[in-house]
Design a protein around this ligand. Sequence first.
Ligand code: NAP
Ligand code: GDD
Length: 347
Amino acid sequence: MTLKTALVTGITGQDGSYLAELLLKKDYVVHGIVRRASTFNTHRIDHLYHDPHEPDARLFLHYGDLTDGTRIAALLEQVQPDEVYHLAAQSHVRVSFDEPEFTGDTTGLGTIRLLEAIRATGLSCRFYQASSSEMFGATPPPQNESTPFHPRSPYGAAKVYAYWVTRNYREAYGLYAVNGILFNHESPRRGPTFVTRKVAMAAAQIKAGLQEVIHLGNLDARRDWGYAAEYVEAMWLMLQQDKPDDYVIATGASHSVRDFVDQCFSHVGLDWRDHVRFDERYLRPSEVDDLVGDAAKAERVLGWRPRVRAPELARLMVDAELTALSHTRATAVGAPAASPVLELARP
Ligand code: NAP
Ligand code: GDD
């Protein structure tokens, strides 16, 4: 039996790690693109990696960068994937205001580099684009596949460009190319500068007496938060259909940042008001106030529906932090206290 081959960009990120797990469970051969860094950046997938010399190895990693179109084309030629999951991006909205040009280059142009490499090499692979609810920006909820875009950040604008070139390559060249318009999804593997993980880590650290306060920005923003491990199932389903199409993936419920903070702190018996301080550096020049996704089409066509909702997500993320802390304490005498300088320096 010939196994299917997938190429995953952004395999070292939150979603890439869950997707790689899912694809390996489904017996795929998985190739991931990893950008070169001076420190190890593969901690989220280390548990999946085996020596590639072993005869049954099915996960292979390659150096590559979204800004390097020649390398991307060479990797596509070499790997000959059946499915390409394009997840890599500069994915932080606040950072995109500090680095707008880099964000446009990676998050926007990175997508057309991949699409153009697929077209030019004549591969007949299927292509998934990691589109985002940030594209809806200022358009009031609920948002579905027909809702007009009004991005509120360089990140959101770059994702709108990537969304449209994906549709364009589908219409112009007949590529099986789809947009998954995913609303916020979180997990214990979420990057520590996104608000849910930052808060979950702080609640655990404060409970353990390792930290006293956390600095946050806008507590009024509302997000539709789901569980990342479930959202990668939707990505896979989108590439298994008869026809390519675009889908919103969301839970359909929104909560304020304040609600999420409250859920995390009350889970460990703390009152968040005693520990949260405001810092304007975490505000954005323009904010997305309210995102609530309508994923009816995904349920109808893909049979996908969310299971974990925000309150349960908050609890599972805090529990994961408490478990990680207890492991640190068991192996190191005197776990390092969180540095207030680092906490403040991160966006
Ligand atoms: P993430 O954790 O920030 O992962 C981003 C990945 O992209 C990492 O593997 C990162 O590598 C890689 N990357 C960044 N710049 C690169 C470059 N120039 N060349 C090659 N690789 C590069 O993001 P995520 O939460 O998993 O999200 C996955 C995708 O879905 C992103 O495109 C994001 O914009 C989009 N999205 C996310 C959400 C969400 O709520 N999570 C919602 C909608 C859409 P390093 O590990 O080396 O940094
Ligand atoms: N990061 C962060 N840090 N956000 C904060 C903070 C803070 O200290 N304080 C308040 N917030 C607010 C932000 O202003 C925003 O309204 C909300 O918390 C969520 O911020 P993030 O967790 O950074 O996520 P995001 O919604 O901006 O973007 C994420 O979701 C998008 C999908 O809608 C990212 O994963 C994007 O890549 C993704 O496309």
